[in-house]
Design a protein around this ligand. Structure first.
Ligand code: FE
Length: 359
């Protein structure tokens, strides 16, 4: 009997302690909720729609959050889908910033009234005039050049000169380039419409199709793999993909990258074609200050050197040097055109390539 009483006492003690603990838990959880509620009202965010698909970007957003406390939310999709989504969402969009890897899409976002002007002296100081929209509707974050590559020791670069010369009979069945559905080629073609006129652009498209080593397939890296594999002799690609090959985790890609020579075309004439990836504030975004801060950060010296070193892109900020690899290719003259023209002539460029039978 005594034993039973002691046992009952022990059990009651446990129940009591358990209840107390639960109550304490309740209190502490409601404390947490209360404190996070006050934090939610203070929390600063910026929501990005982006079509850039590089790891460097997320690392930069993390650094931005660590420095400013502003949370960065990212939605990744193809740029056309993102523009469509912005249009459908209208005033209800959560997106504050749109980032695309081609100026053509930024131009379209502007003409479709999906963006608004930024006001920031820091951005104006970070980015030269030719790399942002004249009315500050978008700014470049990085620059990439579309160059001619060849296999070192196989092709004498002295034979190379201009994009136009790739249409001559000596390059018959030797040119590899990706499909006309690719925005980088559409912008390249758009630049020729601006620089040389529509007729010359048509001639170029027909000449390239005539000299193709194969029907277009694969991405820029695949074009370089093709010439190293003996299919064709010259490949037209964006510069950063050479950096990506050389720094790939795939040993074969490194081997391909090491054999690639880089040639900047049109140095004696109209300059090498460049394109940008860039950012614009969305028209209906609510977190404009935070989004502007992020553009300031991304065009600032630290982020610019990360883009340059980790993603092998050319910095837009003149205070930042390109990476050693990019410097090893030397300086080059770029096309001197208003980059908005790449967007303005996009549909005309697509039409020309289709008519030329560029798959
Ligand atoms: Fe790319």
């Amino acid at each position: 009997m005594k034993k039973n009483l002691i046992l009952l006492f022990i059990i009651m003690t446990f129940i009591f302690v358990g209840c107390e603990a639960k109550n304490n838990q309740k209190e502490s959880i409601s404390d947490i909720i209360n404190s996070s509620e006050t934090e939610v009202t203070k929390e600063r965010v910026v929501n990005i729609y982006t079509d850039r698909h590089y790891d460097t970007d997320q690392t930069l957003y993390n650094t931005f959050t660590a420095e400013t406390g502003i949370i960065v939310n990212v939605v990744k999709a193809k740029s056309d889908e993102l523009l469509e989504r912005l249009k459908i969402e209208g005033e209800n969009t959560e997106a504050d910033l749109i980032i695309t890897s081609d100026v053509g899409r930024l131009y379209r976002a502007k003409t479709e009234e999906l963006t608004k002007q930024f006001t920031s002296d820091a951005i104006l100081n970070n980015v030269p005039e030719n790399l942002r929209s004249s009315e500050n509707f978008w700014t470049a974050l990085t620059v990439r050049a579309r160059v001619i590559t060849y296999v070192k020791g196989n092709t004498d670069p002295a034979l190379l000169s201009t994009y136009e010369a790739l249409t001559s009979p000596e390059w018959k069945d030797k040119v590899v380039i990706r499909s006309s559905s690719n925005i980088y080629n559409q912008s390249l073609m758009a630049s020729f419409i601006e620089v040389n006129g529509e007729d010359a652009a048509k001639e170029w498209a027909a000449g390239i199709v005539n000299n193709m080593a194969r029907e277009p397939e694969g991405n820029d890296r695949d074009q370089m793999k093709a010439i190293v594999g003996g299919l064709g002799e010259v490949a037209v690609v964006n510069t950063y993909y050479i950096g990506k090959l050389l720094n790939s985790s795939d040993a074969y890609e490194v081997e391909v990258g090491e054999q690639i020579g880089v040639f900047f075309p049109n140095q004696e004439t109209t300059g090498t074609h460049i394109n940008i990836s860039g950012a614009a504030l969305t028209r209906h975004g609510q977190n404009t200050d935070e989004a502007t801060k992020l553009i300031e950060f991304l065009t600032g010296e630290k982020a610019q050197s990360d883009y340059a070193n980790a993603n092998y892109e050319y910095p837009v900020n003149p205070k930042v040097q390109p990476s050693n690899l990019l410097q090893s290719w030397g300086e080059f003259k770029t096309q001197k055109i208003d980059l908005s023209k790449l967007g303005e002539f996009n549909s005309q460029a697509v039409k020309i390539m289709n008519e030329a039978g560029w798959k």
